[in-house]
Design a protein around this ligand. Structure first.
Ligand SMILES: [Zn+2]
Length: 237
């Protein structure tokens, strides 16, 4: 996948729809964070390039952000200007700032079981996009997601969990059904479908649909590989 940006003199506000394949996506060259992607109000493509560059630094074992107290103080000294918001799972193996090698103030992070949406999540994303001017929303799923496995188990057993856990299962269940409950690969298939469903829901959000249609904001789906640390983009579906 090619990611045009300002530095290469390409259209900066091109739509991201249809970008990438379901496989691993070659990101930008390795290197330190660039200024263009680390700014609220930038383009979706520049923000995505910045995010994926951070993941490549992480995968290569060459992160540049150590999360020290100096960086924290610098980030806290002015208004925040994050350039992306990432919605991911609570899984302890997928710490979002670390896998994208981001420093304080760079990205907003929301994590729920199986990156399930609710009003608080949607309101938070609406705030980040509408009030902070962030141009990129990434929904990041991951392999072997326990929340998706719980949804598969619930559908197979016919036993719906109690409490608020039922909300997670209910929200993931359609992706499991689409993937095919009896398919041997139901887990990985459902994880991908659930990411895509979440992306579609956010693109249709009342306060996001306009900026998305105008190309000012992009909502993309990604998948994190627990073994390699790589983030691959998923095609919209
Ligand atoms: Zn998970």
């Amino acid at each position: 996948m090619n990611i045009p940006d300002r530095a290469r003199g390409r259209p900066a506000r091109a739509k991201l729809d249809g970008m990438g394949s379901s496989g691993a996506t070659p990101g930008p060259p390795l290197g330190g964070p660039s200024a263009q992607g680390r700014q609220a109000g930038g383009t979706p493509r520049a923000a995505l390039a910045e995010l994926l560059a951070g993941n490549r630094r992480f995968v290569s074992g060459q992160p540049v952000h150590g999360h020290d107290v100096t960086a924290a103080a610098a980030a806290a000294s002015g208004d925040q200007q994050p350039y992306a918001v990432v919605l991911g799972c609570i899984d302890s193996r997928v710490p979002l700032e670390a896998i994208f090698d981001q420093t304080f103030g760079a990205i907003c992070v929301i994590r729920t079981g199986g990156h399930v949406l609710d009003r608080a999540v949607c309101g938070s994303i609406e705030y980040v996009v509408g009030q902070l001017g962030v141009p990129l929303v990434m929904v990041l799923g991951h392999e072997r997601c326990g929340a998706v496995e719980a949804a598969v188990d619930a559908l197979r057993s016919g036993v719906r969990p109690g409490g608020s856990l039922a909300h997670l299962v209910d929200e993931i269940a359609p992706a499991v059904t689409e993937a095919g409950l009896n398919d041997p690969a139901v887990h990985p298939l459902a994880i991908r479908r659930h990411v895509r469903r979440t992306v579609r829901t956010l693109r249709a959000d009342d306060l996001l649909v306009g900026p998305v249609a105008a190309g000012q904001v992009a909502v993309v789906g990604g998948l994190y590989d627990l073994a390699t640390g790589e983030v691959a983009l998923l095609d919209p579906a």
